[in-house]
Design a protein around this ligand. Structure first.
Ligand SMILES: CCCCC/C=C\C/C=C\CCCCCCCC(=O)SCCNC(=O)CCNC(=O)[C@H](O)C(C)(C)COP(=O)(O)OP(=O)(O)OC[C@H]1O[C@@H](n2cnc3c(N)ncnc32)[C@H](O)[C@@H]1OP(=O)(O)O
Ligand SMILES: CCCCCCCCCCCCCCCCCC(=O)OC[C@@H](O)COP(=O)(O)O
Length: 423
């Protein structure tokens, strides 16, 4: 094991990472609160500022994924669709199987400038799109300039109370729902309408299954499918169609397309957030299909059937992937920009300085007892981390099927799941 890999496994390093994320997050939240007086005066400016602040936080987790753990998402897509990515508003429909699917989503956003920053440096120096490998080896050309963008999602209400991320999302105008239609419908429609004059292009993420995949939920939702006379899905839960229909209806004219996204991990990997923090490298594959919004029916029943058909197709892609290890279409990997890393290093340096001062103070205090207590704490923490969470995940993960793997790691992060009743 190299020194760098050893360092990644040290609890102290992980503690510093979490400290940086939390403190910078709280500072970002504070700055977001400071934009409150601006909203009635210049709403669009307030939104733009919040977008940038959001980037400075969200991109830290992208840096963690891509630079710390070395995980890079491989994108499969039709070259004809690629030219639109990052240049239009879109509704993203993504399967919800993995604990770190949101991190892979953010990485996707960042590669296409949709996380919330103008990639000036990337544009000037780096962003000659790099087609690392295509199915037939063609060079598919340069990436066009990337304007400023924002990522949005439809999320359960509970996430809005999450310190740092949830509070940030509130200012970024994410759409929150209680998943009880009668209670949600007014605020849901209003939140969608608010997005119509959003000053940046945005991608709006919808997990139509409404919850993360587990075997138990799958069984229940397939009983519903049977009652409704719908074909059974093997790798997905039955999609809830109301939210999708309402989103499409309210964003018609604002959004140009639906991006049907299907995510999977190579080699039956069980990705977990703790694994990423531990520096473990995963191999996600993401297949993206662009579907013009005009082809989504306006009528609710027809739209619902359309979505069910889309999920049947997605299910077939997953089935094929489980046999071949590939999605259809050429592989495309836009070059990794430097901003996420620069931002992360910047925050870390800024926030480590007070810690360093504290340490110097400690040594200068000359109190042997305090120094010994600190050393004891650090070694105890490191011993604990050397046992690590990965052994637990891999042992459990090996017992279950390919697309139900996520439920194992998922249970290890309790705040990611607070809905006890299955679907
Ligand atoms: C890769 C690209 C990434 C790009 C990234 C971009 C942005 C990233 C930004 C942030 C990343 C952060 C990610 C955060 C993720 C957050 C995850 C979540 O919080 S998921 C939970 C919230 N989302 C949803 O719930 C959406 C899906 N749900 C819906 O749309 C629902 O319709 C609803 C709007 C919530 C309303 O639900 P409700 O149940 O009240 O009404 P419905 O009409 O939908 O349901 C009744 C209907 O359902 C049938 N039914 C019953 N049981 C089931 C079942 N188990 N499965 C399916 N269907 C079921 C029931 O029979 C009724 O049917 P019918 O109407 O025909 O009688
Ligand atoms: C640089 C340092 C980074 C340190 C740590 C970075 C980690 C960032 C952590 C914050 C992430 C918060 C995003 C949460 C998204 C979780 C998605 C989610 O919660 O899915 C569950 C839902 O689908 C429904 O679940 P159910 O209630 O149906 O069961």
């Amino acid at each position: 094991m190299g020194l760098v890999q050893w360092l990644k496994g040290q609890f102290l390093c992980q503690l510093i990472i979490c400290y940086g994320f939390l403190v910078s997050g709280l500072l970002v939240n504070l700055l977001q609160i400071c934009t409150l007086p601006l909203w009635p005066i210049n709403k669009q400016l307030a939104r733009r500022i919040n977008c940038k602040l959001g980037y400075s936080l969200t991109s830290q987790s992208v840096a963690l994924l891509e630079w710390w753990s070395g995980t890079e998402v491989t994108f499969y897509t039709d070259p004809a669709d690629y030219q639109f990515y990052g240049k239009e508003n879109a509704i993203i429909v993504l399967n919800h199987n993995f604990e770190i699917d949101f991190l892979c989503g953010w990485a996707f956003c960042d590669r296409f400038g949709v996380l919330g920053i103008h990639h000036i440096l990337s544009r000037c120096l780096l962003l000659k799109t790099h087609w690392r490998r295509t199915s037939n080896g063609r060079d598919l050309g340069n990436c066009p300039p990337i304007p400023l963008k924002a990522s949005k999602c439809l999320a359960k209400k509970e996430l809005s109370y999450l310190p740092v991320i949830g509070w940030m999302w509130y200012f970024l105008e994410m759409v929150f729902i209680k998943r009880k239609w009668e209670e949600d419908k007014r605020s849901f429609v209003q939140s969608l309408q608010n997005l119509r004059d959003y000053p940046e292009n945005f991608w709006f993420l919808l997990h139509c299954e409404g919850t993360r995949f587990t075997e138990e939920k799958h069984q229940i939702s397939m009983e519903v499918a049977e009652k409704k006379g719908l074909p059974k899905l093997k790798h997905h839960l039955l999609p809830r169609t109301k939210g999708f229909w309402v989103a499409v209806q309210n964003l018609r004219g604002t959004v140009a397309a639906v991006y049907c996204c299907t995510l999977n991990f190579r080699n039956n990997e069980t990705p977990t957030l703790l694994g990423v923090i531990n520096g473990k490298k995963y191999h996600p594959d993401l297949y993206i299909r662009r579907i013009p919004l005009e082809s989504v029916p306006e009528d609710e029943a027809e739209c619902s059937s359309w979505l069910h058909k889309l999920y049947q197709e997605k299910d077939q892609f997953q089935e094929d992937y489980s046999h071949t290890g590939y999605f259809p279409g050429p592989i495309v990997t836009p070059l990794r920009g430097p901003w996420a890393l620069i931002n992360w290093i910047g925050w870390t340096c800024l926030l480590l300085y007070p810690l360093y001062l504290l340490l110097v103070q400690l040594v200068l205090s000359g109190s042997i007892l305090t120094i010994l207590a600190t050393v004891a704490f650090c070694s105890a923490a490191n011993t604990r981390s050397s046992r690590g969470p990965e052994s637990v995940h891999s042992a459990a993960g090996s017992k279950i099927g390919p697309l139900s793997r996520s439920s194992v790691g998922y249970a290890s992060v309790p705040w990611l799941s607070n809905r006890n009743t299955p679907v």
